[in-house]
Design a protein around this ligand. Structure first.
Ligand code: ADP
Ligand code: G3P
Length: 531
């Protein structure tokens, strides 16, 4: 039976890996991938093969322009439901699940009451822009350089600190309660750990902590100066552990038995592990709701001159491995928008059929700045644009433009990375929901001008979480051992002429320029969103 037999069709990714029928008494690991649009649970065998999987979408809330929220209970319930489903299937096939790993959408911010467990506000999602003005104020006061030096990040509403400050400032009584130690803050991993342990564990891992704007990536500790600057009471913070560590056991009420949680990492960091990007110079790019490209830079943090982020690839045995990251906010979300809001697509895969029908892009470009623009522009006010349209423009041209936008943005990230690292990446390992689209991957190789590698298992985020838990559980002895599990399923080589690539990139640069200019000149863009 293939993966498609137990993940609803709309969630299914084309996987070469198939369910292992002969799992009798074979050790296995449960990985939770709590993503932006769906929660997934996958049980992996000790060869990194998929034994069972389940997925559930959950609602996104858009209460105002630029605001994105999720109900904490939806995050928790969908996670528990998919875990139960995947566990039941794997165990029916004879797997013995020994350990659990958690990976998650990053930066999304939750605050809850330690006594009642009740969140005081919805989860504010990483895409949310409501704190753009707070960031602008801090920048105007000259804080950005110091914040970047400590955290490797930029002053942008993307990260957790200003979202957390917003909750403390806008929920009645929250700041006072937080100062009294009654409220807890966490990213999604931390919230799930809390719920799954019935309030016993308040912890996170270093990769998630490194996305908050409150964590010093050099000292590997919460930064007191930043806590003061963002007015965050230290009592709210989770304890920070390595990515492979003892995070405690789940309460038996959730899965019928206690499972040790032994691996935690933000999804893009888990994907680095799942892709085996363990040597400096290796790059992976994950195409889900957004696109996140990370370059392993080894034991030393590299400061970017091109507005990339300096972050952790992972932290093991107390030793951080660093990465440069380019974050694009809208990738698959543009395809979801064509499907759900415009009704131009019946499903995401149809974008590939449309794109294949066209000989060229016909000069149509989509700049999907739906949540501002991330790296390397970092313009929270930019608004999206569709340009070059004529009477002839239809769903095919628009779908192709949405897919090509992902390629152009990846190109811009690779240029920035090459400049920071001193040499261009030679190969790009890809994964995430959009990596099922073979047309997109060929176009990516063409427009970015490098070899694109799609691995055998494209659920590399979950696989990375499983590897981290398995390292701690002693199932895999080392990263070196894990590295050998990685196998390519498909390679894509650049195949267009230099002149065609240059023509396309020029068209993109022009479309992008209009968006950036419009963003900076628009007098109606939101003013102070802190009430
Ligand atoms: N065949 C496809 N072609 C293009 N986009 C796709 C395809 N399949 C899925 N997607 C897009 O990928 C995204 C889902 O990927 P996923 O990795 O599950 O995201 P996330 O972890 O952010 O929830 C959706 O936005 C969807 O539109
Ligand atoms: O849910 P994804 O896969 O789009 O990932 C979201 C990122 O972690 C946001 O930083």
């Amino acid at each position: 039976m293939g993966l498609s037999n137990f993940i609803p069709r709309r969630h299914c990714r084309r996987q070469e890996a198939s369910e292992n029928k002969d799992m009798a008494n074979r050790p296995a690991i449960l990985a939770v991938d709590q993503g932006t649009t769906s929660s997934r649970a996958i049980v992996f065998d000790t060869a990194g093969g998929i034994a069972a999987a389940a997925a559930q979408e959950f609602p996104q809330l858009y209460p105002q322009a630029g605001w994105v929220e999720q109900r904490p209970d939806d995050i928790y319930r969908s996670t528990v439901a998919v875990c139960r489903e995947a566990l039941a299937r794997a165990e029916k096939a004879g797997a013995e699940v020994l350990s659990m790993g958690i990976t998650n959408q990053r930066e999304t911010t939750l605050v809850w009451d330690r006594q009642t467990g009740q969140p005081v506000y919805n989860a504010i999602v990483w895409q949310d822009r409501r704190t753009a003005e707070h960031c602008a104020q801090l920048r105007a006061q000259g804080h950005e350089a110091d914040i970047t030096a400590r955290t490797g990040l930029l002053l942008d509403p993307y990260f957790s600190a200003t979202k957390l400050a917003w909750i403390l400032d806008h929920v009645e009584g929250a700041r006072r309660q937080a100062e009294m130690g009654r409220l807890a803050f966490g990213t999604v991993d931390s919230y799930l750990l809390w719920r799954l342990s019935n309030g016993r564990i308040h912890a996170t891992d270093a990769t998630n902590a490194a996305r908050t704007l409150l964590f010093n990536i050099h000292t590997q500790q919460w930064d007191e100066e930043l806590l003061t600057l963002f007015q965050v009471p230290p009592k709210m913070l989770p304890e920070v552990r390595d990515c492979a560590a003892e995070f405690g056991r789940t309460e038996p009420t959730h899965f019928g038995r206690a499972l040790p949680v032994q691996g935690v990492a933000g999804d893009q960091h888990a994907a680095m592990v799942g892709q085996g990007c363990f040597s400096p110079g290796m790059v992976k790019s994950t195409y889900g709701t957004g696109c996140f490209a990370l370059l392993n830079t080894g034991a030393r943090p590299v400061a970017s001159r091109n507005r990339l982020l300096t972050t952790l690839a992972y932290r093991l045995g107390g030793e951080p491995t660093y990465a440069l990251e380019g974050s694009i906010f809208i990738a698959g979300a543009a395809i979801k928008w064509l499907r759900d809001s415009l009704g131009l697509l019946r499903n995401a895969a149809e974008s590939e059929e449309y794109a294949r029908r066209l000989e060229s892009n016909k000069g149509v470009y989509l700049v999907p700045a739906f949540s501002g623009l991330g790296a390397p522009h970092w313009d929270p006010h930019a608004r999206g644009a569709l340009s070059g349209i004529t009477h002839d423009t239809g769903p095919a041209e628009i779908a192709r433009a949405a897919l090509e936008a992902v390629c152009y943005q990846t190109h811009d990230l690779m240029v920035a990375m090459a400049s920071d690292a001193g040499e261009p990446p030679q190969r790009l390992r890809v994964d995430g929901g959009m990596a099922a689209n073979a047309w997109l991957l060929q176009r990516l190789a063409d427009l970015v001008d490098l070899t694109v590698e799609r691995p055998h298992v494209i659920e590399t985020t979950a696989l990375g979480a499983a590897y981290l838990a398995g390292l701690q559980a002693g199932i895999w002895p080392s990263l070196e051992d894990i590295r050998h599990h990685w196998r390519p399923a498909a390679l894509y080589q650049p195949s267009i002429s230099v002149s065609e690539r240059e023509r396309c990139l020029l068209g993109w640069a022009q479309a992008l320029r209009q968006v950036l200019t419009a963003g900076h000149n628009d007098p109606s863009r939101s003013q102070d969103t802190r009430h």
